[in-house]
Design a protein around this ligand. Structure first.
Ligand SMILES: [Zn+2]
Ligand SMILES: [Zn+2]
Length: 221
């Protein structure tokens, strides 16, 4: 019957292309909650010291993989470079730069994390402790300082380690023999974990992943 064939042809012509665009609902349903609804990372480079965009991309992958935040809800804000010839950084000079240049702060709610990453040439210059050799540190309130002479410009593993500190990972009460020594509290005992005091991996150990999961109820709706 030619008419039926014609109608069938019309049916496929009209319906098949439109049906192909319909995606089943289950694709969009997330099976795991994240610690934060959003993360904003404010990046402050200096004249001769910046972070590579690949490092930031890899960092966002890690934040997504460990359910800290969904990759689509990470926003990167890049500031213009600060000009400086200094290559030895005492903490008061670092504080001055942070106070002058940080623009975005945590909101009252705790579901949205704001981080500030300052990339400095040279080294940390400390009079009060033995941190002269540090590659980076978290100075509190999500403020992370990275030194060029001690790290390849913003290694992803170093950035993730400092974010781990900002989140408050490594719960000492639940670790055997932690901290590994008195000068290095808030660090993991596992040498193959990002939160070990010497950082060479973006893999977090099972205990640190559990620390992340403990952060989730605080933010659950
Ligand atoms: Zn550390
Ligand atoms: Zn660990």
């Amino acid at each position: 019957m030619p008419l039926l064939k014609y109608l069938l042809f019309l049916f496929f012509l009209v319906c098949v292309p439109s049906c192909a665009n319909v995606r089943p609902d289950y694709v969009c349903i997330k099976d795991q909650d994240t610690v934060y609804d959003s993360v904003i990372i404010e990046i402050q480079p200096t004249e001769k010291c910046d972070v590579h965009s690949d490092s930031i991309k890899a960092l966002i992958d890690c934040l997504d993989r460990y359910s800290i935040v969904d990759r689509d809800n990470v926003k990167i804000v890049r500031r213009t470079r600060i000009m400086t010839a200094r290559d030895s950084w005492p903490s008061d000079k670092i504080k001055n730069l942070v106070v002058r240049h940080r623009r975005i702060f945590d909101l009252k709610d705790d579901r949205n994390l704001r981080l500030f990453m300052l990339f400095l040439p040279g080294n940390y210059n400390s009079v009060n402790d033995d941190r002269d050799s540090v590659a980076a540190f978290h100075r509190g309130r999500g403020e992370i300082v990275v030194f060029r002479n001690r790290t390849a410009l913003g290694n992803t593993e170093v950035l993730l380690h400092e974010i781990g500190h900002a989140l408050g990972l490594v719960d000492r009460d639940h670790r055997d023999g932690s901290p590994i020594n008195e000068k290095r509290p808030q660090h993991c005992n596992n040498k193959k974990c990002t939160m070990f005091w010497i950082v060479n991996t973006t893999e977090l150990c099972e205990l640190c992943v559990r620390d992340i999961s403990k952060l989730i109820p605080r933010n659950s709706r």
